[in-house]
Design a protein around this ligand. Structure first.
Ligand code: AMP
Length: 280
């Protein structure tokens, strides 16, 4: 496995793999790898011959009061996990490598970045789409793997790839959860034991909501109210949003049906957690 910091070296190693007839799979991450990331790496290995993982805490997707500085960066452990999971190339650039000069060119997907997480994180998706466009240009993958955990991100990236006629396919993989249902996230490490216990209510609220829908409830307001009631079992939880939207347009809908995304964001102290379910 190669661990590479420079763009030119990545380009030439990927070019070599491609000239050997290999298909290229790409998993972009910010590191602090967990089973959620590893599930994407496994999916990439199943579908592709040569797997590239990027580990880059992208500053342009963090707001000024967000956790850029304290974001975990256990690079040695991450490299070990990549090695164990048959990654061919880890791209671990410094910020100066990815942003060599003041960045004047941005990729901005409109409308679907303004709702849900975009309401409280202005410019977040602009940072995500810009860095993904840069990474896609560097790695030139056939397939890139994203998690359903960040549902809005997956929708936005798919839209960017489609609108800009990028030559790759986006594969979205299921959410990997802890034993109590909490979606795995690098940010779970910020939680104290007491906060971690209450964080499980996020998944519980979505499970209750799924049961309600299975019983025949379709009204978005009723479902939202029930999620809010479950979350109110913990005084530590502050609800940021509960959104019931169409999975592609991300527009609010009044009645759920197949293809509806139910997405929730909460804060426990300074830690922001998101989760979602897709109605099938
Ligand atoms: P991050 O390192 O947080 O930027 O995440 C990198 C990729 O891993 C993104 O596509 C995420 O959606 C995905 N991911 C993060 N957590 C999970 C999870 N629990 N299950 C599945 N995919 C995940």
């Amino acid at each position: 496995m190669d661990v590479i910091q420079t763009i030119n070296e990545v380009k030439s190693l990927v070019k070599k793999a491609r000239s050997d007839g290999k298909t290229i799979g790409f998993v972009p991450t910010m590191g602090a790898l967990h089973e959620g990331h590893l599930s994407l790496i496994r999916a990439a290995n199943e579908k592709c011959d040569f797997v590239v993982v990027s580990i880059f805490v992208n500053p342009t997707q963090f707001g000024p009061s967000e956790d850029l500085d304290k974001y975990p960066r256990p690079i040695e452990k991450d490299i070990e996990l990549c090695e164990k999971n048959n990654v061919d190339l880890v791209f671990n650039p410094a910020v100066e490598q990815m942003y060599k000069q003041q960045n004047l060119t941005w990729v901005n997907v409109e409308k679907i970045t303004e709702c849900l997480c975009g309401s409280s994180r202005p410019n977040h998706f602009r940072g995500v789409t810009t860095v993904c466009a840069k990474l896609f240009n560097i790695v030139k993958p056939d397939f890139a793997f994203f998690g359903q955990k960040d549902a809005q991100q997956a929708v936005v990236i798919k839209r960017m790839v489609c609108d800009l006629n990028m030559d790759l396919e986006i594969v979205v993989c299921p959410i990997v959860r802890a034993a109590d249902g909490l979606a795995l996230s690098s940010r779970n490490a910020y939680l104290t034991p007491e906060q971690r216990k209450d964080a499980a209510l996020l998944y519980k609220s979505l499970q209750n909501c799924r049961q309600l829908i299975e019983k025949g409830e379709k009204n978005s307001q009723t479902i939202t109210d029930q999620i809010r009631t479950t979350l109110s079992e913990s005084p530590l939880i502050k609800v940021e949003y509960i959104s019931i939207v169409d999975f592609h347009s991300l527009e609010d809908i009044g009645r759920v049906s197949a293809g509806t995304l139910i997405a929730v964001a909460i804060r426990i102290a300074n830690t922001r957690l998101i989760d979602n379910i897709l109605v099938d």
